[in-house]
Write a protein that binds this ligand. Structure first.
Ligand code: HEC
Ligand code: HEC
Length: 307
């Protein structure tokens, strides 16, 4: 090659090298050596192990993926997971609560789900399939409607199949339906009718409009007195001598006119600027009487059974 005079080949600076060993070696701004590599690996080891453990856990516990042991010589065998009962925990009232249970066939012949029924109209249970091959599973989705419900709920779903040993299997659901979904920090109340105005009324009044009895209590009173009037941020209203006319009058009077002791117990009657009609107030007194009786009989029952 003839180089023209005056032409100097462009010097190649180190930084111009885009690829090649130099680049790699100086990847972290300093020479790349084995001890760095081993440190890096050690750093990565813990997360890698965690990922592996997580993946293993997933494989071993995820229905549909985890291995199941079947007995090919056995007739269709229904196994329900989780094992009874299904705990729903605390769930909000007036909502749809969904859960899923798994129906495995651990036998050697196809399992056929003939019927699925629930103990009440408020519970709907539907399997995603009714023909389950050996080792396979069906997902049974269960929806519980918690409208007009409060406190402890227990529902049963019954499954009828061609399992000759256990043709009828029940799944139990247990949960605690709560009225209190959201609240706020303590608010100092000076004006006893503040609850009925503006933003406060959104939560403290609106849900109770047009309701009476249990539904009204849940909407307007439970947030302070508790779901079953057992006491929450305000005192318990049960049990009490609700059989006494005097007592009912006293209770009615406070609901209508508020408490003389604190503006936090607002005067709920329309006469006093509140949202409730006389009939609605009567229905609350009656409901409190019912709750009181229920509490007393439950207490008597638990005393009797603990004896
Ligand atoms: C988002 C709904 C919501 C709004 C808006 C709201 N409240 Fe409440 N309030 C609740 C709930 C729920 C509770 C029950 C609190 C709990 O469970 O701790 C409660 C409780 C209270 C209590 C008794 C609680 C205590 O700690 O003493 C007072 C008093 C009260 N509210 C006043 C008000 C006033 C006044 C306003 C308007 C400025 C208001 N609230 C607005 C939902 C609401
Ligand atoms: C913002 C909270 C709050 C709400 C909502 C509320 N209360 Fe109260 N209530 C109180 C407080 C606080 C007291 C305690 C007053 C006292 O110590 O005398 C009280 C007292 C009472 C009492 C008197 C109990 C007694 O033994 O003297 C009755 C009855 C009562 N409430 C019923 C109701 C009913 C029914 C509703 C629904 C319409 C309701 N309350 C809504 C806070 C509330």
């Amino acid at each position: 090659m003839i180089l023209r005079e005056g032409f100097t080949p462009k010097k190649i600076k180190k930084n111009d090298l885009r690829l090649g060993p130099d680049t790699l070696l100086s990847m972290f701004g300093r020479p790349f050596n084995l001890s760095v590599l081993s440190k890096l690996l050690r750093l990565l080891l813990v997360p890698l192990l965690l990922v592996a453990a997580g993946a293993g856990w997933y494989l071993l516990t995820t229905p549909g993926i985890k291995p199941v042991v079947i007995n090919v010589n056995q007739p269709p065998t229904l196994m329900v997971e989780p094992v009874n009962p299904v705990q729903l925990g605390k769930v909000p009232t007036d909502s749809q609560v969904n859960t899923e249970v798994f129906l495995y066939n651990l036998g050697g012949h196809p399992l056929i789900i003939k019927e699925v029924s629930a103990s009440c109209g408020c519970t709907v249970a539907k399997p995603d399939k009714t023909y389950i091959e050996p080792g396979d599973l069906a997902r049974l989705s269960i929806t519980l409607d918690t409208s007009i419900k409060l406190g402890h709920v227990e529902k049963t779903v019954t499954i009828v199949s061609n399992d000759p040993v256990r043709p009828v299997v029940t799944v139990q659901l247990k949960g605690q339906v709560m009225a209190i979904v959201m609240g706020h920090e303590k608010i100092a109340v000076k004006d006893p009718t503040v609850l009925f105005k503006g933003k406060c009324a959104e939560c403290h009044v609106k849900k109770g409009i047009g309701k009476s009895g249990a539904a009204l209590f849940r909407a307007d009173c439970a947030m302070c007195h508790g779901d079953s009037a057992q006491g929450h941020v305000a005192k318990a209203l049960v049990p009490g001598p609700y059989h006494s006319l005097e007592f009912r009058k006293h209770i009615r009077q406070i609901i209508a006119n508020g408490s003389p002791h604190t503006p936090e117990m607002s005067p709920f009657s329309q006469k006093n600027g509140g949202p409730l009609s006389e009939g609605q107030i009567d229905s609350l007194v009656q409901y409190l009487g019912y709750l009181s009786k229920k509490m007393q009989s439950e207490n008597a029952h638990s005393e009797a059974s603990s004896r």
